[in-house]
Design a protein around this ligand. Structure first.
Ligand SMILES: Cc1cc2nc3c(=O)[nH]c(=O)nc-3n(C[C@H](O)[C@H](O)[C@H](O)COP(=O)(O)O)c2cc1C
Length: 404
């Protein structure tokens, strides 16, 4: 990819301070002078369409899939689109600062890659490629519990770059404890506990294709490599894949959990804990009362409850309820730089990027993910500047107007 390869500044935390997010557009224009144009669209909303043309229907369907008839995906977009930026003029925007403080670390931009499982269905290099891209750009990578690559291997690929672990909180305490131990030993510094998936929802696009990667043993790498998980198998995974898959399906999540159970995680995880999938201010208050460190306002990209509230519609009430006690993050519908701007102006400390980076991975591996990160953040930086603002951390709702 003419404008995208060979420009990574190397994994690690040391490269972040002087990062110029606005450089990417000039690299692209200069490549244009040399006769090369980007291989992937710079309008990131076009990625899904391109992925649908180039990747197999099962995997594309799985990534694009929503619960039911997709009403919540539509609601996520509508909730962001209801807000409009009101640009201000003559405010010296020559220097901008995209850095934010989050969960005890300083990040070069208010962005992390969302946990997305089973990435090997879109690209053979899977999570390691996405993690390397995140590391190269100084953006935290959140590894899914149901990754296609064991967490230790992903950690090795990332050097000392910032990484967080997402937990699907299963039924088996020993396996959960083992995951927490392994994640800590592998340098994952924060735990993201996803609460909105105690079971898989009704997903017609996957159902119509009969496509569920886990049944083929994909997305089970952390479990299959886990000593506590393996201790529950009569025969090794390679001798009886079906039994291992069934064992996985029986434990990967747990609809019986309640707020009281959080004490267990608090006791066994020393670092920050963030609850992902919060949409009601009372749930956010309970998270704070339970000693959590943050919440992600998210409806899982519309993949769980069809007809659920658009995530950005839920954001202001959650921020009002706990913004002074918890780090409030946001995902579900982030596609462009102005979406990042709006989420931050509504009170999110940072956003998680989901489907767009997965399409980037599917289309062009690590380089594709780096393209998506750089395009998004360059566009966000420009949105900030052109609207009269200079600091990602200091955006407020005053920057927005709501259309009915
Ligand atoms: C294919 C796919 C797999 C996902 N897997 C996980 C997962 O393993 N754990 C998790 O917490 N969220 C998972 N999510 C949800 C994302 O973390 C994030 O909440 C969602 O993608 C945000 O919506 P958006 O991509 O439409 O912006 C997944 C999303 C997609 C699209």
């Amino acid at each position: 990819m003419g404008s995208q390869t060979g420009r990574s500044e190397g994994a690690g935390k040391g490269t972040d301070a002087a990062r110029e997010w606005s450089a990417y557009q000039f690299e692209i224009y200069l490549d244009g002078v040399a006769g090369t144009v980007p291989r992937m669209p710079t309008d990131l909303t076009r990625l899904e369409e391109m992925a649908a043309e180039r990747l197999a229907p099962g995997p594309v369907g799985y990534v694009a899939a929503s619960a039911g008839n997709g009403r919540t995906v539509t609601a996520n977009r509508a909730a962001l689109d209801r807000w409009q930026i009101v640009p201000r003029m003559l405010r010296d925007v020559g220097k901008r600062d995209l850095a934010v403080e989050l969960l005890g670390v300083s990040l070069p931009a208010p962005l992390a890659l969302a946990p997305v499982g089973v990435l090997s269905i879109v690209h053979p290099e899977a999570e390691p490629a996405a993690a390397r891209a995140a590391a190269a750009q100084g953006v935290p990578y959140i590894l899914s519990s149901v990754s296609s690559t064991p967490m230790e291997q992903v950690a090795t690929e990332m050097g000392d770059a910032e990484r967080w672990f997402q937990l699907y909180w299963g039924r088996d305490r020993e396996v959960t404890l083992s995951f927490l131990r392994r994640a800590k030993a592998s340098g994952f510094s924060a735990l993201f506990v996803t609460l909105d998936t105690p079971m898989l929802s009704w997903r017609p696009r996957d159902l119509d294709q009969g496509f569920l990667p886990f049944l083929r043993g994909v997305g089970t790498a952390n479990h299959f490599s886990d000593p506590a998980f393996r201790a529950g198998l009569a025969r090794p995974v390679h001798e009886d894949l079906n039994a291992a898959v069934l064992h996985f399906l029986g434990m990967f999540s747990d609809p019986g959990k309640t707020w009281a159970d959080l004490a267990f995680l608090r006791e066994h995880w020393e670092g920050p804990i963030v609850l992902k999938g919060i949409l009601h201010p009372d749930d956010a208050r309970q998270a704070a009362d339970a000693g959590m460190d943050g919440v992600v306002v998210s409806n899982h990209g519309g993949r769980q409850v069809n007809g659920a509230i658009g995530a950005a519609d839920a954001l202001p009430d959650v921020v009002a309820a706990v913004g002074d006690r918890l780090a409030v993050l946001f995902d579900s519908g982030i596609r462009t730089g102005d979406d990042v701007f709006k989420a931050l102006a509504l009170g999110a400390r940072a956003v998680l990027l989901g489907r767009p980076y997965v399409y980037g991975l599917g289309l062009d591996g690590q380089a594709g993910v780096e393209h998506v990160i750089r395009a998004l953040l360059n566009e966000f930086d420009l949105t900030l500047a052109l609207s009269g603002h200079t600091s990602a951390a200091r955006l407020t709702p005053d920057a927005l107007s709501r259309s009915v």
